[in-house]
Structures are given as C-alpha cells and as structure tokens.
Design a protein around this ligand. Structure first.
Ligand code: ZN
Length: 520
C-alpha cells in the first residue's frame, strides 16, 4: 500500500467510523419507549398496557417479559399473565406476532418507525411480588407489567397513568414529569419502581438528614400513626448515621395493604402491613424492625451488592452465594439500628439475637447445608429453606446470616482493639465498591474487607460460612462480656444471652460501642 492510498484509506476509514458513530448515537437518541397503563375494568383484576416504540429501523422486534423480580429470588414467569397481545404499525395495521416461550414474543413485518403493542395483564394473587388489581386499588409490579425490547435495557422509558373514575392517587419512586407522567433513566430503574394506585392515605412525612421521606398506604388500618412515624424516623436516622450518606432525593414507603412480605428498591420499598394489628409495643417494634430492614436494604442489597445481583439478567435465576450479606447482615443491622435509635432496650436487643441462635440451633438442616449453599439454592428452595419435607436438610440465611454477622462483628472489634467493626466494613463496601467502582463485590472481596478491618485472618468464621461446623458462640460473645446460657423448653434447646458479672475494660468498651455505635 503506497502512502497516498494509505492516506486516502485512513481518511475513508475515519469517515466511516465517524459516520457509524453518528449513526449509532443518532439511532440511540431516536429510540423512544412510552408506556401507558389503564384500567378498563378493575373489578376483573386486570389492567391494560400500551407500549409505543419509536425510532425502529428493523422489520422485526423481539419483546420480553422479565421472569423474576429483583429482591424476590424466585422464577415467577410473569409472561404467563400476559393476555390479548396485539401489535400494530404506525398506521394501525395489525402485525404478525409469534410467541416463542412464556417470556418472549417476536413481531414481524413492522416496516414503520413506530410500533404499538397492546396487552392485558391478568392478576390473580395478592402478594408483594405480583401485581394485584381490584375495584379499589392497583399494585403494579414492574417486572410483572412491562415488556421490553430484547437487549435494550439502556432505553429511558416514559409512563403515563390513566386513572379509573374515582381513583385519585399514585405512589411510586419514579421521577414525576407532570400530572400522572413519569420517567426512568433506564429499564433497570423502571423495573425497580412499583406503583400503588387508588385512594391512598398519606401518613405524616418527615425528614432524615434533610431528605424527605413519605409514607403512602392502601388500607393501613387504625393505630397510633404519629407515634409509629416517630419511631420509624429514629430508626432511619440511625441507619443514615451508620452509613454516612443518603443517596436519593426522596424516599417513599409504599404500604400495599394487609398481608406478608416486603421488597426493597433504590428509593422506595413496597410491603404489606396491617395497622390494625399494631396494638402492642411488641407488634409496633416488629413492624419498625421490618421497615428498618427494608430501608437498610437501599444500602445493603441495592447498592452494596454481590456481583451476581446487578446488572440483572431478567431472563434467568441470578444465583449468588452472598445472600448471607445482602439478607443476613440486613437482619443483623435491623436489630443494631433499633437499639442504637433507642426503639428497643438492651434486654430486648440481646433477646433478638438469642432467639436467632435458638431458631438456628433447633433447625435440623444445620448439619446438612452451609450458609453459602442456602443462598445459592434459594431459587430452588425458597427464602426460608425447603418446607414440608420429611427430613429437613436446609437452613435459612435469615437466621444463620445475622448470627455469623454477630460473631464477625465481635471478632473484628476484639482483634482491632475496638478500632474497627462490621460498621466499618459496611461503610467500606459502600464507599469503595458502590460509590468509587460502581460495581458489585465478589466472595473474596467481602472476606478481604472483614480481614482487613480485623487486621488478621478470620478463617474460623469463614469456615462457618462454607461448612456445617458447630459454632463456638461463647468464644466470640465473651469478647463483648456476654455469656450464652442454654435451657430446655418443651424438649428443645432455648438460648439466652446475658451480660457477664465481671467484665474488663476492653469487653465493656466493645459492648458499649456495639450497642451505641461510633462513627470512625
Ligand atoms: Zn430483606
């Protein structure tokens, strides 16, 4: 190749590069995804979605429905609820649709820049991980609702809500663009933003570190709402104090009605709650603990996350061995935050951990399944381990996870002469992996963070994670001047945690900072 041709060739090549860069950027800029949700007959339990996809250049488009909802680690195959799907060209001509599997539809013969797809979602189950509609309200689970162009999770969707007559309110974490108009920066945020629609009750809003927190509810019932909100606010303030950051402009508690379960999101949580049940201090504390748990998840699970959990693959099980961190340590901090905010006292605090140990020690599955394995297998066994089998061979990370968190925290405090704690590990994971690197963490990285905080290897504790070895509670509890006592109730072991009668200065300091907190 001579110099002139080489020069021309290079020039031509960069022209192509420039052209394709312009073309692809242009294509990206022109692709729009608009959804409209309406309720032609709410009493039938169904709702209608119309999606308009513009900026198309191909004659064929594949759409998919997610198979699961982040935060609820079970395959739900939401595509099964899609009915009456029809596709139309810009001029209203109905187009051929092939249905490849429960989650996938391909539309062909498009020949226009804009495609309109209309379908209904039939709801059947009132549950936090499924959409539900009746004549009074609608709970819309995004992964149960929004088809998306295959491979285009980068698109920034817009949503318009058409309210049925007599309904007035929408609660959602989506960005509001105008009356009943919303947007999300990409499909991951859209899939993370459920909607509660109807005539909602709003509890008093409050600020945490200058950020507005709202509480909107369907059928919340009667209880002392101001007292409840005050306690909740205290507990949330403790969590922001622990982590030293608040990563959103507004947070919304979305209470979907009586029932069970809650799911965490980036700037909101959706959960079932029956206020009529909150008539004793124990019941109120239980509900505060539950909401503190969901709230702390916006740090731990949504932002501090295992590499396997985000970006998500919505079409398959996203298995991880790290739910002992995402769920287990969230349970651990739910109790820590309740104590540090003064919602519960020392006695109640210690009894929470004693109850966890009692439940774990009475679980026959403890000799069969490791903590990591219970996380990995949750997609097959459910969040609380396999139920209803003759031989119980599974455990739950909701129990052994926080128990390991407790032992790890004491080990780190003891080894570092109380200069470091699990709090420092959580702050490090948040600041380093989420804020600085913008990614999830690996098994090795959480272990490394714990061992760096301790300044020594923590082999025995990480053995507890990967094996079924018997836990040496006393060794770790005494680091904070605590003793584990065992008794028998109805033939089962019952454990109690008590403070030792004589403790040295180091043990007292560890106990004090564990219960009261300290920000290094
Ligand atoms: Zn959780």
């Amino acid at each position: 190749m001579n110099q002139l041709i080489k020069h021309l060739y290079k020039g031509f090549f960069s022209l192509i590069t420039l052209f394709s860069l312009f073309f692809s950027t242009n294509l990206f800029a022109q692709s729009h995804l608009n959804y409209e949700i309406s309720f032609p007959d709410p009493s039938s339990g169904s709702y209608r979605v119309e999606m308009r996809i513009s900026g198309l250049s191909a004659n064929e488009l594949t759409l998919q429905m997610p198979r699961w909802m982040p935060g609820y680690y079970q395959l739900m195959d939401y595509g099964k609820n899609v009915q009456n799907l029809k596709a139309f060209s810009q001029s209203g001509i109905e187009l051929p649709v092939s249905h490849e599997d429960f989650s996938t539809w391909t539309i062909s013969g498009i020949k226009s820049e804009t495609l309109i797809v209309r379908y209904d979602i039939q709801t059947v189950r009132k549950f936090v991980a499924t959409s539900f509609v009746d004549k009074e309200h609608a709970y819309i689970v995004p992964t149960n609702s929004w088809l998306y162009p295959k491979g285009r999770l980068d698109l920034a969707p817009e949503l318009k809500v058409i309210l049925p007559d007599g309904w007035a309110d929408v609660a959602t974490g989506l960005k509001e663009e105008g009356a009943l108009s919303y947007s999300a920066e990409d499909m991951d945020v859209f899939f993370d933003s459920p909607l509660l629609i109807g005539n909602l009750e709003e509890l008093p809003s409050f600020e945490v570190a200058g950020v507005k927190h709202r509480f909107l509810a369907h059928q919340i019932g009667e209880f002392d709402k101001q007292d409840f909100i005050n306690r909740l606010q205290n507990s949330l303030e403790a969590s922001v104090e622990l982590m030293g950051d608040i990563p959103f402009e507004e947070y919304t508690f979305i209470s979907i009605g009586p029932g069970r379960g809650g799911i965490e999101h980036l700037n909101n949580t959706t959960f079932s709650l029956d206020g009529n049940q909150l008539q004793s201090e124990g019941a109120v504390n239980g509900a505060i603990a539950f909401l503190t748990h969901e709230y702390y998840h916006h740090y731990n699970a949504k932002r501090i996350r295992p590499v396997e959990l985000g970006p998500f693959d919505y079409q398959k099980a996203n298995r991880t061995t790290q739910l002992w961190v995402s769920e287990g340590l969230t349970v651990y901090y739910e109790y820590i935050l309740m104590r540090r905010s003064g919602v519960i006292n020392d006695e109640q605090f210690l009894s929470y951990f004693a109850d966890l140990i009692t439940r774990y020690e009475n679980d026959e599955g403890k000799s069969f399944q490791s903590l990591e394995e219970s996380s990995y297998r949750t997609w097959d066994e459910g969040p609380f381990g396999q139920q209803g089998t003759a031989q119980d061979t599974t455990i739950t990370y909701y129990e052994k996870g926080p128990v390991l968190g407790l032992l790890l925290d004491f080990a780190i405090r003891n080894a570092s002469d109380n200069q470091q704690s699990l709090d420092d590990v959580m702050r490090f994971m948040y600041n380093h992996y989420y804020k600085d690197l913008g990614r999830g963490f690996t098994d090795a990285e959480i272990r490394e963070a714990c061992e760096n905080a301790a300044g020594m290897p923590l082999g025995e504790l990480f053995d507890y994670l990967q094996t079924t070895k018997v836990l040496d509670y006393q060794k770790y509890l005494q680091m904070a001047g605590l003793d584990l006592e065992k008794s028998k109730v109805d033939g089962k072991d019952k454990f109690t945690i008590v403070r030792s009668s004589d403790t040295n200065e180091k043990q007292s300091k560890i106990y004090k900072e564990w219960t009261e907190g300290n920000s290094h």
